[in-house]
Ligand binder design. Structure first.
Ligand SMILES: [Fe+2]
Length: 310
């Protein structure tokens, strides 16, 4: 069965891949998939007839880079100068997780108990619309690619939007570019995309006080000649070197431009699909879900690199 990649109808970017057997991805196929991702501006949608196994999703993830640990899975990982908790190495923590039957790369997203498949209680914020973001942009080397695998989807709602930050950079008005050029944004690690405070974090007094990594606003996309905006999340974003009100004003203008509807594609999910996207090229967000519906996804991600200014 041959691999087939075509453009998504009516979208400004993105490709649909069919004909992939995720249980046997050879080098030639992996090369073709990486090329397809570049050709389709960092978003590929895979159609599968059946749900993938964890090993198959991890193998598909490996096509795009080295698998990265799921957020919060390894204590201290990615947050500070020490790789892992003092006295407990990353390897020890991984071994302990595996002994408990937990895959350290896999994250469960949704209102379903991963063990039983039954609906479970979630915070009310789960059902609302999540803000545009790049995954884990608050760490020093944010993940390059993220993958979502649809296990259970609502009949309606729960779509995922993607927004090209290469298109946003290409069309950035000159005055906005002049004010952003050479500056960075501090990417707050306090809140998740659905507005929940992460474990161990406290709300900062102001965005300037938030804990997070500073990355350049205009970045170079590795492996391509492209420039992209890199804004992270709007909540608690801060531009060091500016007064807070100036930072807020510039961020508002940048976000208004970066999320223009003509830069976006909205994906409606079908069970079994995988969408892989490049966080260095696109931001994403989730649309609201009906509280009476179930939505359950598996997510993996690949290790990124330090963000290089454009
Ligand atoms: Fe996300």
């Amino acid at each position: 069965m041959g691999l087939d990649v075509r453009q998504i109808d009516g979208a400004p970017f993105g490709g649909i891949v069919s004909g992939l057997d995720a249980s046997r991805i050879d080098d030639e196929t992996a090369d073709a998939l990486r090329a397809a991702s570049r050709d389709h501006h960092g978003v590929l949608c895979f159609r599968f007839d059946e749900l993938l196994t964890v090993d198959e999703l991890n193998a598909l993830t490996t096509v795009f880079g080295e698998n990265e640990f799921a957020p919060g899975m390894i204590t201290g990982y990615g947050r500070g100068p020490v790789d892992g908790e003092p006295g407990r190495s990353v390897a020890e923590q991984v071994a302990e997780l595996r002994a408990r039957g937990i895959d350290p790369y896999l994250m469960f997203i949704g209102n379903v108990d991963p063990r039983t498949g039954e609906r479970r209680a979630v915070n009310d914020k789960f059902f609302g619309e999540w803000e545009w973001h790049s995954d884990m942009s608050y760490i020093s080397a944010p993940p390059a690619y993220s993958l979502l695998h649809a296990r259970q989807v609502p009949a309606d709602g729960g779509d995922t939007g993607f927004c090209s930050q290469v298109l946003a950079a290409r069309t950035l008005p000159a005055d906005l570019r002049a004010r952003a050029q050479g500056r960075g944004i501090k990417h707050d690690s306090t809140y998740s995309s659905n507005g929940i405070i992460r474990p161990g974090m406290v709300e900062p007094a102001t965005p300037a006080d938030a804990i997070g990594e500073i990355h350049p606003i205009l970045r170079r996309v590795p492996g391509t000649d492209q420039e992209a905006l890199f804004l992270g999340r709007r909540t608690n974003g801060y531009i060091p070197g500016l007064a807070l009100d100036e930072s807020e004003a510039l961020l508002d203008e940048l976000w208004a431009h970066a999320t223009r509807p003509d830069f976006t594609y909205r994906h409606h999910w079908t069970v079994g699909e995988v969408v892989v996207w490049d966080n260095r090229v696109v931001m994403h967000r989730r649309h609201p879900v009906d509280p009476d519906e179930t939505r359950f996804m598996w997510r993996t991600q690949t290790r990124g690199e330090a963000v290089v200014p454009a």
